[in-house]
Design a protein around this ligand. Structure first.
Ligand code: NAP
Length: 300
């Protein structure tokens, strides 16, 4: 394979994504802040670098998947960051979910150093990262996205070029707005069904394939009825994304009253020590307001 790939951030998402690049035959150099997390990939044939800078020195394309905006800045522009080891024409692709506005500034700063940049946040969760079935929303120049496409194809099943640098992060914010709105509607619908004495499983079956159907309802609805709040995506991580959505809405001067309310409802769950539960746990906040639980009766 032509270009040498670097990967920075081997967490739940990055670990699976880097493994899929290796599996597809790429020459991959990795770095993770906690070195132990790169051992398994090292055993599979990845080269382990001592710093983001060393990753850049060994790579033509550097992919990043870390937590939040300051973390992306740290691995790119820090003392031992990617920018220190970059050469003219190198491409940096950021798969983290971070602020759209800051993403544009990162792209500009890198351009000033002759380094290309694409923001490519992902959706599909840890399962999608492990299986190589992520949806990738890419912002940047068409030629750079074309250049990254062999990597994207190894990690994802759907890639959409949504606009210039920063647009990928904006689409991810749109995605998260849709996800939480659907989650709130699902929670309220279950409470209504419960209060009305309906059989909740029959109710779910009756509505899930009609106009009210959604991925959330089909996949997380049954989990709610089973009282299974194990996370596919934790409330704590989702709150980071909602903070980004609300900050972006503020910058753009657009009111998002529903999303703001949902952010506050999730905050009550964080205060109650439920931040490590799955995001479908939003129903728990509504149950506490209503004074009864979904599935507590009426579904025999
Ligand atoms: P994670 O398991 O918590 O991993 C975070 C990674 O970032 C770790 O490798 C961590 O290093 C590294 N990191 C954090 N801050 C750093 C810093 N200042 N310097 C260097 N490395 C740093 O998180 P994840 O689930 O993989 O999520 C990664 C990104 O993907 C996030 O932006 C998240 O919102 C997004 N995302 C996640 C999902 C999901 O379902 N999990 C889905 C779509 C998108 P250490 O190992 O040293 O802590």
């Amino acid at each position: 394979m032509g270009e040498r790939i670097g990967f920075i951030g081997l967490g739940i998402m990055g670990g699976g994504m880097a493994a899929n690049l290796l599996g597809a035959g790429f020459d991959v150099t990795v770095w993770n802040r906690t070195p132990a997390k790169s051992e398994a990939l090292g055993a599979k044939g990845a080269k382990r670098a001592a710093s983001p800078r060393a990753v850049a020195e060994a790579s033509d394309i550097v992919l990043v998947c870390v937590s939040d905006t300051p973390d992306v800045r740290e691995v790119i522009f820090g003392e031992e960051g990617v920018a220190r080891g970059a050469r003219e024409g190198m491409l940096v692709v950021d798969h983290s979910t971070i602020a759209p506005g800051e993403t544009k500034r990162i792209a500009e700063e890198l351009r000033g150093r002759g380094v290309r940049f694409v923001d490519a946040p992902v959706s599909g969760g840890s399962e999608g990262a492990a299986k190589g079935t992520l949806s990738i929303m890419a912002g940047g120049e068409a030629e750079d996205i074309e250049r990254a496409m062999p990597c994207f194809n190894a990690m994802g099943k759907a890639v959409t070029h949504v606009g210039p640098a920063g647009a990928g992060q904006l689409v991810k914010a749109v995605n998260q707005t849709l996800v939480v709105g659907t989650t709130l509607a699902m929670a309220e619908a279950f409470l209504l069904a419960e209060a009305g004495g309906l059989d909740l499983r029959k109710t779910l079956d009756a509505v899930k394939d009609g106009a009210a159907g959604s991925w959330m309802l089909s996949n997380r609805g049954p989990q709610i009825l089973d009282r299974d709040f194990r996370p596919g995506f934790t409330i704590d991580l989702l709150q980071k994304d909602l903070r980004l959505v609300l900050e972006t809405a503020d910058e753009l001067g657009v009111p998002l009253p529903g999303t703001a309310l949902i952010f506050q409802l999730y905050r009550t769950l964080q205060r109650a020590g439920d931040g490590d539960r799955g995001n479908h746990g939003l129903v728990l906040a509504l149950e506490r307001l209503a004074g009864f639980e979904v599935g507590a009766g009426g579904n025999e």
